[in-house]
Design a protein around this ligand. Structure first.
Ligand SMILES: [Mn+2]
Length: 360
């Protein structure tokens, strides 16, 4: 597929002049550059092109998918295979993915490629990040497909929300529904938190049984074609208290204001976070303790971030979440999260589930 060849060429074009090659070894980035998912492979890209190395278990399948470079089978010794490639391509220095390589693996690379110099800086991570942050049309379509599965499944799971059902039962049922609706897998361990558990932003579903008067937060997502979706909704079972309604409407106001900032063409990452945070802090100071949003794509959490310390600007093609929350320890929590696609002078909300408080 030429999209993968184009991605590798974009990487090669950005190789710094003081290095001969890039060594991609993480599963997620190998998938990004080849379209082949493999947990034991390496892509070496230099100014002459690239070569993909994997072991016997995957060579046939990899060769069928990767049509723009040679697929080499790893020999009995990792270091011998790599040394032969280094010699034949004349590689004297190479970049690695600093943020993804363990010290054990680094030692293995240094041994296999000696005397070539392994550069330990983060330039390769930075190049790949910039490429991956901008979603192509086909990537956006995958994210939309993942969100469609999430929304279909969410509508279905609401039918199961009754007094006495546990968070865990809902989580298990939801995963089953999602898989039946076409999800490759769930995007992350669902957060389904009822009543007081809702005050923990990353609560793990428990055996707690839902009661009348609880608010229930669903933070859920699916994976389709390697791409993730991410959505949060909070609903009430039975009549909520005035305080719960006030908390909900404050989060909603903050969430919609941040979305409006983006649709009006705002690009500041810190500024977007601030729009939502200021609204919440006026009434519930300090109860919104995490950042506003994050990038979504081949991973559930990627750059760019919308946070108080973010420094950059969003660019067209970014997909970010907008997910403010209010958390009152021991009482309740509310979070509302949409995924938003950034365009030249606006933004498109990829989430279409109702945001006003739903009372079941
Ligand atoms: Mn999220």
């Amino acid at each position: 597929m030429s999209i993968y060849k184009n991605r590798v060429e974009a990487l090669i074009k950005q190789l710094p002049s003081d290095v001969d090659a890039a060594l991609v070894s993480s599963q997620v980035n190998l998938y990004y550059f080849t379209g082949f998912d493999c947990d034991n492979a390496w892509l070496i890209a230099d100014r002459r092109g690239c070569v993909y190395i994997t072991d016997f278990r995957y060579t046939e399948a990899a060769s069928a998918v990767i049509d723009f470079c040679d697929v080499i089978e790893l020999g009995a010794k990792f270091s011998e295979t790599m040394a032969a490639i280094k010699d034949s391509r004349g590689i004297d220095s190479l970049l690695i993915e600093r943020s993804r390589v363990t010290i054990t693996v680094l030692d293995k690379f240094e041994d296999a490629f000696a005397p070539a110099k392994i550069k330990r800086d983060s330039r390769l991570d930075d190049i790949i990040k910039v490429l991956r942050d901008v979603k192509s049309r086909s990537e956006l379509d995958m994210i939309k497909a993942a969100q469609a599965v999430t929304e279909m499944s969410y509508r279905k799971i609401l039918e199961f929300v009754k007094e006495g059902v546990s968070e865990r039962e809902l989580a298990v049922e939801l995963e089953y529904i999602m898989r039946k609706n076409g999800a490759q897998r769930k995007a992350f361990d669902f957060i389904i938190a009822a009543g007081a558990n809702g005050s923990m932003p990353h609560a793990v579903p428990t055996d707690y049984r839902i009661r009348k008067g609880d608010m229930i937060t669903f933070d859920i997502g699916a994976v389709v074609g390697g791409y993730h979706s991410d959505m949060t909704r909070t609903v009430a079972l039975g009549k909520p208290s005035d305080e719960q309604i006030k908390i909900y409407n404050t989060v909603l106001e903050a969430q919609m204001a941040a979305c409006r900032y983006l649709t009006e063409g705002g690009k500041g990452q810190r500024e977007c976070d601030k729009v939502a945070r200021d609204i919440i802090n006026k009434e519930f100071n300090g109860r919104f303790g995490h950042s506003l949003g994050h990038g979504v794509g081949l991973e559930i959490h990627e750059t760019p971030n919308l946070a108080p310390r973010s420094e950059g600007e969003l660019v067209p093609g970014n997909v970010v979440t907008v997910e403010p929350g209010i958390y009152i320890p021991g009482q309740c929590g509310v979070r509302i999260e949409d995924m938003v696609y950034i365009t030249e002078d606006s933004a498109v909300n990829l989430t279409s589930i109702e945001k006003n408080l739903v009372i079941l």
